[in-house]
Structures are given as C-alpha cells and as structure tokens.
Design a protein around this ligand. Structure first.
Ligand code: GLU
Length: 480
C-alpha cells in the first residue's frame, strides 16, 4: 500500500461530535481534548460537529453549554461547527446513491411484521436482527403506496476487521451485522448514516471517540465500503470510570465542565492537564502544560483500560496551577466569589488589596473558592466573628499581649512587612515568648481564625489603621 492510500501523507483532520442533549461532561471534554491535541500535534485540523438529529432531545441550551465549555478549555474548532440536522438532504442523497448502485434496497416490511419477527427470534433465543426479507425481492411486489425504508445491503460472508489505534485488531463476523436502516420511511436519515456522511464530507482522517462507539464502527464501515470511501483511522478510547471502578456517573462527580469552573473553582489549565492524564501517560510526568502536551501527545500513549476519575488529583493539579497563575488574573477570578461570600461589592481599593494578597493566599489553596475563603478576613468589618478555635486563643494574657502589640505597632516608622516584623519580634522578646506564641493570638484577633497567610503579611495587607482597630477591639473585648 502506498503512503497516500493509508492516509499518512494527508493532513490530519479530527472532530468532536457531541450530541447536544446535556452539558459538556468531563468524558466528552476529554474526547475533545484528545482530538484537539492529536490534530495540533500533527499540524492538522480539529473540527466540531453538533449531532442534533435527535430533535426531541437536542436543545439550544445544550449546544450553548457545550460551546461554552469548549471555549473555556480553549478547545474551539478550527472552522465553524457543522450542525448535523442541517445536512439531512445530503444524508438522504447518499442513501439514494447507495440504492441506485445496488448497495442498498427498499424494505417494505411493516412494523407489525417486524414485531412478529422479533417475537419469533426472542422465543427461539436467537439474536434479534432484521432477516433481510426484502434484500432480494422485487420492490414491485409491494402494494402501491406502501411506506418503505432504505436498508444497506451489508456483506453476509466473511468478516470486518478494524485495526483500532487503541483497541488493536478487532474482528466481527459479517453474519452478525444486519441490514441496518439508512433512511427511515419519513425520509429522515439514521444516525449511523449521518455520522459516516459527515465524517467523509468533513474530510475526517482520524475518528477518536469513546469505546462505547466501537460496535457502531463496524456498521459505519459497511457504509464507507459501499460508498468506496477511504476508511478513517479509528481510535476508541476507554470510558472514564469512577473511583470505585463503576462507570462514571453524576454520583462520582461526572458533572458538566461548568461545575468544575463555577462551583468548584478550577482553572482550565488544571482541568486540561487532569483530563490529559486520565487515560494518557508519558512516563510518570504529572504536570504537563498544554504546549508540552501538544509536543508529546499521540494515540500510542492512550491506555486500553478505563481510567478512574480522582477528584483529589484534579484538586492537587489545580493547586499547582493556582500557584503558577498570574496574581491579577486570579484576583479577577476570585473577586466575584468573594463578593458573593461577603454579600457586597468590592471597591477598587479592595480589589487592589485582593491582588496584593494573592501571593500569600494562593500557596495554601487548591481551588478559587478556597482562595476566596482565605481572603474573606481582609474585608470583614470590626468586630470580627471569631471561630471557636480563634476564641479559645483569646484568653486574658493573650488580650493583654494584643494591646501591647497594638501600642508597639502604633509607632512603627513605615508600614512595611520588614518594619512590622521587627516590631513583632521585639514584642515577643520583651514578653519572653517565641514568635509562634505571639503570632497565634494575633492571627486570631486579626482574621477571626487560626489559619491564614503569614502574620506579617496579614498585618501588612490589612493596613495600619485596620490592624490596630482589630487588635484593640479583640484586646478590650470581654472574655468570651
Ligand atoms: N454524538 C456521539 C456522542 O455524543 C458521538 C459520535 C461519534 O463520535 O462518532 O456520543
């Protein structure tokens, strides 16, 4: 076979073909990513096709949610998306072409007849499939005006082989494949026909999708062969499983991509890195930013066994990418979360403080929500609510220490982290306490909690006035 006959010299074209019956779930996003990466790696094209032929179940909201999710992840198509339903006439055209060429035939079997056939097969414990009763019959035998469907004349002997790039060689006996319907009696194409025609017309060279479509591939190949079209390379990737090994469902966190973005506060680069590692590997490299992924990705690295979804791993990766992320960008992402926690709008000055605080907030957070939670103390008004642990720290001696610290800070020459540190160290020394012992009640008084960024940063970020107010208020508060 020549190189061009195997498609090796052609430009790679991949596609992601979601059915818009729900949001972009995590499994779909991974399929999109693998297609996108494969195309990028080979300098090819990545296309989108909305499989909206199921009119009852397809919705505009779902289309919008899918595009939105893809855009957030940076996985947009290289050309405007194709909408499958709009191509119905073209699908019908191909069915009629197959009919004219003798690769398909009209079947006039009535629904009652087919129900009876199924009943007989069920009783005889045979696989239920159409028996080809109109395959060789003259259509003229059907009474005039009888509705008909167009069925493919599938090969009955021999076998169909797929050299799947992930699954390896998969063989099906042709006797097991029946003459499936291409065009229904109302003239609408079946899904199987639509997929094949669209893939062909879009020039798709590599079909990378979930292995729940492997069985379909054999049926789709029958159409491709009948049309004499070039076969794409198939790569059926194992589905994602939950942490318990069962097929991924909502209960495992198989949510829409928007939930990872909005509810959980993940960064797109973290979700991409996680999805990449879910089923594909390069040694034991865990952190693989997208440029490196483009460089390394190939189908050969996709494993054959299902990978397990692990939210902890995703969170850890997210923590990594938060630490890497630009502070101004993070502040912009955190601000709305913080505003809804505080139930108030941040002003420009507060937004500046938030951006400044990012360097000390992000090292300890795994999600944007955690950063927002950690930032809350900056914008609370005095007197603070103390959580239980913080209250417990604010006993009599601690409160005396707060007043001393407030006095000492009063005369700090300039409100810098270094100057603040000098003062606090001096207070600790004078009190004969370790720095940690002083920092604890200070933290409680300044943030209302026992966990926060470093104490000098906390003081610096709050500013002199606010810091002194909080220290004095906690210092003078009646013991709780
Ligand atoms: N529309 C199908 C799905 O969402 C994908 C079909 C394909 O990739 O061939 O599962």
């Amino acid at each position: 076979m020549t190189a061009s006959a195997t498609g090796k010299n052609k430009q790679v074209v991949t596609r992601f073909a979601p059915s818009p019956t729900g949001f972009l779930h995590i499994g779909g996003a991974r399929t999109a990513l693998f297609n996108w990466l494969f195309a990028r790696h080979h300098g090819g094209k990545f296309l989108l096709r909305v499989e909206d032929t199921d009119r009852a179940r397809s919705t505009e909201e779902a289309v919008a949610a899918i595009f939105d999710g893809l855009e957030w992840l940076g996985l947009g198509g290289d050309e405007p998306a194709v909408f499958q339903f709009e191509r119905t006439p073209r699908h019908a055209e191909v069915a009629n072409q197959l009919l004219a060429a003798g690769h398909a035939y009209k079947c006039f079997a009535t629904p009652e007849e087919l129900a009876e056939l199924r009943e007989q097969q069920r009783a005889a414990k045979q696989p239920m499939r159409y028996d080809g009763r109109w395959r060789d019959r003259d259509p003229a035998e059907a009474p005039a005006g009888t509705p008909y469907v167009i069925r493919i004349k599938a090969p009955r002997e021999g076998e169909t082989v797929i050299e799947d790039a992930v699954q390896g060689r998969v063989v099906v006996q042709n006797a097991e494949l029946d003459d499936m319907i291409l065009l229904r009696s109302d003239g609408t194409p079946t899904y199987m026909l639509a997929v094949v025609v669209d893939d062909h017309d879009m020039g798709v060279t590599h079909v990378i999708r979930g292995d729940d479509h492997l069985n379909n591939a054999f049926r789709q190949l029958a159409i491709i062969k009948a049309m004499g079209w070039e076969e794409p390379v198939y790569a059926h990737i194992p589905l994602i499983h939950g942490s318990d090994g069962a097929k991924l469902s909502k209960r495992h966190g198989a949510l829409g991509v928007d939930a990872y973005r909005d509810d959980m506060g993940m960064l797109p680069e973290a979700v991409l890195n996680y999805l990449l590692r879910l089923g594909w590997g390069h040694g034991d490299e865990e952190i693989i930013p997208i440029d490196r992924a483009i460089e390394l990705f190939d189908i050969a690295g996709v494993g054959r066994s299902p990978s397990r979804f692990d939210i902890k791993k995703l969170e850890n990766l997210n923590g990594h990418y938060l630490r890497e992320a630009d502070d101004a960008r993070l502040a912009a992402l955190v601000a709305p979360r913080l505003e809804s926690r505080l139930d108030t709008q941040l002003n420009d000055r507060q937004r500046d403080i938030l951006a400044q605080a990012m360097a000390s907030l992000k090292p300890r957070a795994k999600t944007l929500n955690e950063i927002a939670e950690g930032a809350e103390f900056l914008f609370k008004s005095c007197p603070l609510d103390f959580d239980e642990k913080a209250s417990a720290l604010l006993d009599e001696p601690a409160r005396a220490l707060l007043i001393k610290t407030a006095d000492a800070l009063q005369s700090v020459p300039s409100w810098t982290v270094e100057a603040i540190e000098d003062v606090i160290r001096r207070v600790a020394e004078d009190a004969g306490l370790g720095l940690g012992k002083v920092a604890q009640p200070l933290r409680a008084a300044l943030t209302g909690r026992t966990v926060s960024p470093g104490i000098f940063d906390v003081l610096f970020l709050l500013g002199k006035e606010e810091s002194l107010e909080r220290l004095t208020a906690a210092g003078h508060a009646a013991a709780g």
